[in-house]
Design a protein around this ligand. Structure first.
Ligand code: FMN
Length: 220
């Protein structure tokens, strides 16, 4: 698989096959992802990777918990930018209509949102956090690390879904993992597994802004 194929075939997968992933495969991906870049080579990312019973036990704890208040961090803020609000509405509309869930079927929508807690039944979940002392540039470094993992996962025939949603249970997660809430901020989960690519929820058409809407070219 070329890098282009990995980039273009990656999508957020929200239904996985009931097929385990070998530890060797996960370790190999994460071993290579260590070579992701980071400002001053801080490598600010930290994570725990769970499967099987430890994962199920954590998911039960999350499902039995209220969303934490205050939130770990605010991921709704950019909705104040009209473009972001439109994007979030489009994702919601196309995602739910792919599953035949109507706009006003609040119960079915809430039910699907809760499947985030089960990471869409992915067999493996990576939980990513970093020291609270890290600043804005290090959040970007963690993002690069996660994208490196997602692309290497494609090369290994795997699919992924990054999950900010899990930050709604950040303290439950950190408590379970023995990670200090005082020293560490939780960022997101990453569902990992063999995607059910035939499922409609994994097939709807995603949108992107045209290149020239976002990037200027000068001097060519
Ligand atoms: C950091 C991050 C967090 C995300 N959190 C969630 C999430 O909690 N639940 C979810 O279903 N999708 C989540 N997504 C997936 C985005 O909705 C998705 O990347 C976006 O709609 C573009 O679609 P694509 O990934 O299929 O190209 C997240 C993506 C990123 C990068």
């Amino acid at each position: 698989m070329t890098v282009s194929e990995a980039v273009l075939s990656r999508r957020s997968v929200r239904q996985f096959l009931d097929k385990p992933v070998d530890l060797d495969v996960i370790r190999s991906i994460l071993d290579k992802a260590r070579w992701a870049p980071s400002g001053c080579n801080f490598q600010p990312w930290e994570a725990s990777v769970l499967t099987g019973e430890p994962l199920r036990a954590l998911q039960e704890k999350m499902l039995a918990s209220e969303y934490q208040d205050p939130k770990e961090y605010d991921w709704s803020a950019p909705e104040a930018i009209p473009e972001c609000l439109a994007a979030v509405q489009t994702v919601g509309a196309t995602l739910y209509s792919s599953m035949g869930v109507s706009r006003d079927d609040t119960a079915a929508r809430e039910e699907f949102v809760r499947t985030n807690s089960r990471s869409f039944h992915a067999p493996v979940v990576l939980l990513c956090y970093m020291p609270r002392l890290m600043k804005e540039p290090q959040w970007s470094d963690v993002g690069m690390w996660l994208q490196t993992i997602m692309l290497l996962a494609r090369e290994a025939g795997l699919d992924t879904c990054p999950q900010e949603y899990l930050s709604l249970h950040a303290r439950v997660i950190k408590d379970y993992l023995g990670v200090s809430d005082e020293t560490h901020i939780f960022f997101c989960g990453l569902a990992i597994g063999y995607g059910d690519r035939k499922s409609p929820v994994n097939q709807w058409e995603r949108e992107r802004f045209p290149l020239d809407h976002k990037v200027k070219f000068l001097g060519f």
